[in-house]
Design a protein. Sequence first.
Length: 260
Amino acid sequence: MLIASLVATNLAAFALLAFSVRKNLEHKERRKQRGLFSPWPVKRVPPHAVIPELAPGPLGPTRETEIAFIANYRVPGAISDLETWILCNLAKRAQLVFEFGTATGKTTYLFARNAPENARIVTLTLDPRTAASYQSAAGDEAAARVSALEESIFEEFVYTGAPVATKVTQLYGDSKTFDGTPWLGRCDLVFVDGAHAYSYVQSDSRKALAMVRPGGVVLWHDYSGPRGAHGVYRALNELARDIELQHLAGTSLVFHRRPH
Ligand SMILES: C[S@@+](CC[C@H](N)C(=O)[O-])C[C@H]1O[C@@H](n2cnc3c(N)ncnc32)[C@H](O)[C@@H]1O
């Protein structure tokens, strides 16, 4: 009887210890993902630190930052509502916007809705006809290819048939073979949101940085820490050694303004 009760007590103590070790590890993992132990290499700043027009007034965001908007309510591959507000405010002052990765075309449409009358929005994507041209490279994570192809299924877009569709140039094809020469140094805003594999983020970033004009902005999506899109995290951490990048707090956007 005594032995049975001792065994039961020890088992309970062991279970409690195992539970608290597991909770502790989970907690550490969450802190690591949030950058509390070792901060993510791209420095986090509030969006208005780099985009002053977003500075809140005493009542929060100002009326000047109002945009035409569709919520991210179960939209595949889409950006968050806060990210939409930031990007569309930049589009309000842009004549030429280039987007890597169209998906449903929700962001493309909102760029077109919010940009000035004579603006042009150029967006590049894989679609069912061009998806086979995707080129993995050594070091790319297999999951990135799977999700890129899963998102390359759209043949109609949110902007299709809308009055602002006349502002949109839709390009199809693989971004590694895409030739950005016609846009070199011309874009006010480049949004990099195509394939998330390391080799693609490197290649798309090189092109984006060549296509943006002096004083223009490049924004990358999906910088979400060591447990997020790893190719994006790795490629942007490396890029941050060479150029100034900022991670916009509350979002997975990384910001770069090309110096004049
Ligand atoms: C995350 S989604 C883009 C979401 C969109 N920017 C938005 O805000 O709604 C990624 C897109 O990149 C496209 N894509 C993936 N790999 C690509 C590649 N190698 N070349 C061009 N586009 C690619 C996919 O077809 C998909 O449309």
